[in-house]
Design a protein around this ligand. Sequence first.
Ligand SMILES: Nc1nc2c(ncn2[C@@H]2O[C@H](COP(=O)(O)OP(=O)(O)OP(=O)(O)O)[C@@H](O)[C@H]2O)c(=O)[nH]1
Ligand SMILES: [Zn+2]
Length: 405
Amino acid sequence: MTLPGNVAPDLRHDPELGAALPDAASRAMRGVHRAISELRRGTPVLLAGPQGALVVAAAETVGARGLAEIAAAGMAPPVLLLAPVRAAAVLQRPVNAATPPQRGDALKPDAPQAEEGVVALKLPPSLLDPELLRRLADPVAERLLPETPDLALPHLLAPAALALAKLGRLLPALVAAPARDNAAAPLDLLRVPATDVLAYPVTAATTLRRVAEARVPLEDARDARIVAFRAADGGIEHLAILVGDPEGRAADGAAPLVRAHSECFTGDLLGSLRCDCGPQLRGAIRRMAEDGAGVLLYLAQEGRGIGLANKLRAYALQDGGLDTLDANRALGYGADERGFLVAATMLEQLGIRRIRLLTNNPDKVSGLAACGIEVAGREAHRFAANGVNDKYLETKAERFGHLLR
Ligand SMILES: Nc1nc2c(ncn2[C@@H]2O[C@H](COP(=O)(O)OP(=O)(O)OP(=O)(O)O)[C@@H](O)[C@H]2O)c(=O)[nH]1
Ligand SMILES: [Zn+2]
């Protein structure tokens, strides 16, 4: 399997990775996992880089105590780090994040807005309040603010801070200040290297291992098995549902049917009509049963990787008129935050390197191919609109480039 260039060399070629994970990779993932927990409960962490550290807390969860800790650990007043689209909404004008933004630095109205990048806003004392910070972070929340913040220069470590919040499925909005030397010890703040944060998605995907499996006869496929995969960080499992014997087929040189399905609590479990996930899930199992074999990868990538709480926020924004793509971006997320390395690693471990993929999403085909899986064919996987999800399906075709057949 070909891995992206930034995978640590010792993770690339080690066939016994699960059994003997290099200490450094294991420690790195543990540190990031702990940092995520800290942010989710409103505690600041120290993000460390080669030229100093940044003390950060999630704007969505930080309380008065966390703000006091940032003031104590910081050597300058805190700023709010936001994704450019969210910053533009707060300032009510476009913001250029490609170069470090300055006051009055605005894009032309027709210029494309950067999806990458970070904008820093100064936080005057009137805005250093947990409730107001939540409003600044969350486009669903009440807009009214006592004053509009000014732009500041984002710290070098700002992109890693946003990446950490996204890994925690939090709104990518952080209160941040450059940290004093030795700020961690007196406050007992967790210190996490920014490079570990940036490497985390690849490290976690590469360390996935089969941990459990069982026969689970399904209504539409009696000969189904479920295999659970877990990464070395101890995070949530991804599942492979095997219909028939796709591993045997692959060993015989055939390309079994594969569906990479991102979990959707609302569609898969509750039968929500807002999306097409429920019919796609059951339809894929039926199609594999008909074909005699197949693998459905059930990936813990809820909401195209933004998490359930953020998907609900995106739905609220969609009820206000945004489409599914712009709603993600309004939250500060990309249109699709999923990586394909998780799916590719699972297939690799099942001994399946050549597949026929059930999808209408061309990114899934190219993404799996980029991770070393040969997509020998694609089969359309489209279901009729239901009167509620019509616009959602139209947007997938028009803005995500989904194929109609
Ligand atoms: N952020 C967000 N995620 C959504 C929305 N509607 C559905 N999803 C998520 O989208 C994912 C489903 O996408 P998939 O069916 O795997 O893939 P796809 O990109 O539509 O491509 P196909 O393979 O053609 O179906 C699930 O994780 C859903 O939770 C939405 O409005 N916003
Ligand atoms: Zn869905």
